[in-house]
Design a protein around this ligand. Structure first.
Ligand code: SF4
Ligand code: SF4
Length: 753
């Protein structure tokens, strides 16, 4: 980036060059001297030759580069073309505010093939919010004139696009429409420069306003069929498909940018000027130092080390491959410098999750990882509707997809996982329903989370892909891992292998499996065994409960089902499995009969039930795990009515767990605990909220059952719930959304006779 001019004819109040802590522009020559341009050109050529670069991009920048005038611009471009063009292809660009763009300047741009990007923040009202002259006058009319010049056929080749700085006060759709009206070849959005010491403006009670703003643009852009490349969004999509980012604002690509100031000094990326005075200084210059010396400067080198150069929080983040910690300047905090996530972390997390998991074409009904505004209110009634349950399921699926995309980078280093990933991506295009069914399995989610945390085997990805291939009835073969003598295929069952561990090659053909010389039919009844019975050929099918066309899995085989504090049952004998299946079916039908509104959630969200080992005390136990959405675990119970209540109770935990994955209902850093009547030990806020939500439903079920014993249970659970909600509300730990949710539950309790 060549700072051709260090002054500007505008006085934008959000400008990082003039309006932020670094004021080094005051010490710079106004315009880069011809001798300095020549020295820069020689350094670039030297670097390109030494590294055999095919192409070098040079951006003429400022301040405002057009203040140099057409003649100086002509001479600068000519020098660069002659010197750099001799050793590499020169991609010559300019970033300008456009105010001084004239036909004469356009002639120079076209003559030297300089592509110019123009800064514009939207329509007149949006642009005038910041982009004004020093006397306050609007720059909008002159910028539009510049853009109309660039649209002329004679100059069109020099039109690179528009750069827009986000301002929450501007309507995102009006901004989008105003930018598209200028027919730009590209658009880029920039988050306003901010850091932890100077955080961005955030309206009260809105967790991710910048993501919300950009996602409004994203939805409209998808609905319009992506009429123009938007660099920030395209970069995120590019990372999702395993390619690099096209922007330094996101992604893990090494920084390959160095700035040369008008006096010939090398500086780091100039957005750092928003951090502190002197933040971009390197102490190097083009007269005495090579570009390699600048690249080796510690502050620049650290930005070339990808993941390793990020803070611990970012390194453990599920979207780090997409986000990359955000723009370097936005990580700054006095005290520990840049060893932080971006000050836009929450926004970036949401933006990356939604953009990288949303369908690429067609308008999604809403962002993939967020809930519609009314869902929390609906869930606070106790059961919530089937629509809310479906949204929770969709949100969870989006999170699993994001996890897998994050894992796919590591999968590249594992041949078994890599082959599985490739197959899964292929199937996702050709048989999306089969992939969706497998990714919705509770223990695929748990495995992916454990993989992210480095405590599960990445190669299980091949089993996930193989299960999807069986469901899709495609013909393929791939290596899969063997664990404890079994090849586990999520949602389907497990196949006994000869070895206890290792990797075997599994062939899949029209739903059948071939392992070594053995052919195994996976469909119920095809191998002659009764439905769900262990086959003589080593196939251990997952046992299922049929609920009016929907299959509930009795999970006693999946290796990742051990996520509860209680021991799980090993593979059940056929007869025991049959008893479990019958009891489950009757319990769900009992929920249908006595609490049909809760049945909607149970039937929509519950995908698997894990049998737990009976306690020596004979106490019935049940559990749900936040990492295994869609599964609950229970010990054997003697009657359908008890199991029905346990299922309703645990499905409430699943619902709230899925909400907490995407909504902050309380301050997660608050260490305080509360005493609750249903446990001896004090519980953290999350545990109290979970207890309240589960007991609300249990009270509601008992409320509908007849008899004095039922009434006693109802009163107890209602008192527990009410007490917990009041304590949470008094503690002042809930966010605005959390308080609304708690008050909604309180209103539900108070509304019961
Ligand atoms: S046009 Fe660019 S350089 Fe000039 S004041 Fe505005 S933001 Fe700063
Ligand atoms: S979302 Fe936050 S934690 Fe994750 S990589 Fe980005 S800045 Fe880092």
């Amino acid at each position: 980036m060549l700072k051709l001019v260090s002054r500007c004819d505008l006085a934008c109040d959000h400008c990082y060059v003039y309006e932020h802590p670094d004021q080094s522009w005051r010490r710079q020559p106004r315009v880069m001297a011809p001798a300095t341009v020549a020295a820069v050109a020689r350094r670039i050529a030297e670097h390109a030759a030494a590294h055999r670069l095919d192409v070098v991009r040079v951006v003429l920048h400022g301040g405002e580069p057009l203040l140099a005038g057409a003649a100086r611009l002509d001479a600068t471009a000519a020098t660069l073309r002659r010197v750099v063009g001799a050793v590499a292809r020169l991609d010559l660009r300019m970033q300008s505010n456009g105010v001084l763009l004239t036909p004469a300047v356009c002639e120079v741009l076209v003559a030297h093939d300089v592509k110019v990007g123009i800064s514009l923040d939207g329509d007149r009202a949006a642009n005038d919010r910041h982009r004004r002259h020093a006397n306050g006058a609007s720059s909008h009319r002159r910028v539009l004139r510049a853009l109309s010049l660039l649209r002329r056929p004679a100059y069109r080749t020099s039109y690179a696009g528009i750069l827009c700085t986000v301002d929450l006060a501007n309507d995102p759709i009006r901004v989008y429409e105003a930018l598209l009206a200028e027919e730009p070849p590209h658009v880029d959005f920039l988050l306003p420069h901010a850091n932890w010491d100077s955080p961005p403006v955030r309206p009260d009670g809105v967790a991710t306003p910048y993501a919300d703003w950009l996602l409004a643009v994203h939805r409209r852009w998808l609905a319009d069929g992506r009429p123009v490349p938007i660099r920030l969004l395209e970069s995120l999509l590019s990372t999702a498909s395993g390619r690099g980012s096209r922007s330094e604002a996101v992604g893990l690509a090494p920084a390959d940018l160095v700035v040369v100031e008008t006096d010939g000094t090398f500086e780091q990326v100039d957005s750092l000027k928003s951090a502190f005075d002197g933040a971009a200084v390197t102490g190097l210059d083009v007269f005495r130092h090579r570009v390699d010396d600048a690249a080796a400067h510690p502050a620049i080198a650290v930005r070339q080390s990808g993941l390793a150069g990020l803070c611990a929080t970012c390194r453990g983040c599920p979207v780090v491959r997409h986000c990359g910690g955000g723009l370097y300047a936005h990580r700054y905090r006095a005290g520990n410098g840049f060893d932080n996530p971006s000050v836009y972390c929450r926004d970036l997390l949401r933006l990356a999750r939604v953009v990288t998991t949303a369908p690429v074409v067609g308008e999604p009904p809403r962002p993939a990882d967020s809930l519609s505004p009314g869902v929390l209110d609906d869930l606070a009634t106790g059961p919530g509707t089937a629509g809310s349950a479906e949204q929770l399921g969709a949100v969870h699926l989006a999170l699993v997809r994001a996890l897998l995309v994050a894992l796919s980078e590591r999968a590249a280093g594992d041949p078994v996982a890599a082959e599985g990933w490739r197959l899964l991506v292929r199937l996702d295009e050709t048989h999306p329903d089969a992939v969706r069914a497998v990714l919705s399995h509770p223990f695929v989610s748990r495995w992916a989370r454990r993989c992210r945390d480095g405590v599960a085997e990445l190669s299980h990805l091949a089993c996930v892909a193989a299960a999807a291939a069986v469901r899709a009835r495609v013909r393929t073969d791939l290596p899969v891992p063997v664990r404890d003598g079994l090849v586990s295929l999520p949602t389907l069952g497990a196949l006994a292998a000869c070895a206890g561990r290792g990797v075997v090659r599994l062939a899949i053909d029209d739903g059948d499996l071939r392992l070594g010389g053995r052919r195994v039919a996976t469909e119920p009844g095809r191998q002659g065994a009764p439905d769900g019975a262990d086959g003589p050929d080593g196939w251990l099918p997952v046992r299922t409960v049929s609920l009016d066309g929907r299959r509930l899995l009795l999970e006693d085989t999946d290796p990742y089902r051990d996520c509860y504090d209680l021991p799980v049952e090993p593979r059940l004998p056929d007869a025991a499995a049959l008893r479990w299946a019958r009891r489950l079916e009757r319990a769900v039908r009992r929920v249908d009969a006595e609490a049909a509104d809760y049945a909607a959630g149970v039937r929509t969200l519950l995908r698997a039930v894990v049998p737990l080992r009976a306690e020596p005390t004979g106490r019935f136990r049940s559990a749900a795990a936040g990492t295994a959405f869609g599964a609950v675990a229970v010990t054997a119970v003697p009657d359908d009515a008890t199991l029905a209540v346990l299922l309703v109770h645990e499905v409430q935990h699943l619902k709230l767990g899925a909400v907490l994955d995407v909504c902050d209902l309380f301050d997660r850093d608050d260490p305080r605990t509360l005493s609750v009547p249903w446990r001896d030990d004090p519980r953290p806020v999350e545990g109290v909220l979970h207890g309240a939500y589960a007991h609300l439903a249990v009270a509601d079920v008992w409320r509908r059952r007849p008899g004095p014993a039922a009434e006693g249970h109802f009163r107890r659970y209602r008192a527990w719930t009410g007490g917990a909600l009041d304590a949470l509300l008094d503690l002042g730990v809930l966010t605005a959304e959390g308080e609304r949710f708690a008050r909604g539950m309180r209103a539900t309790l108070d509304g019961w006779p």
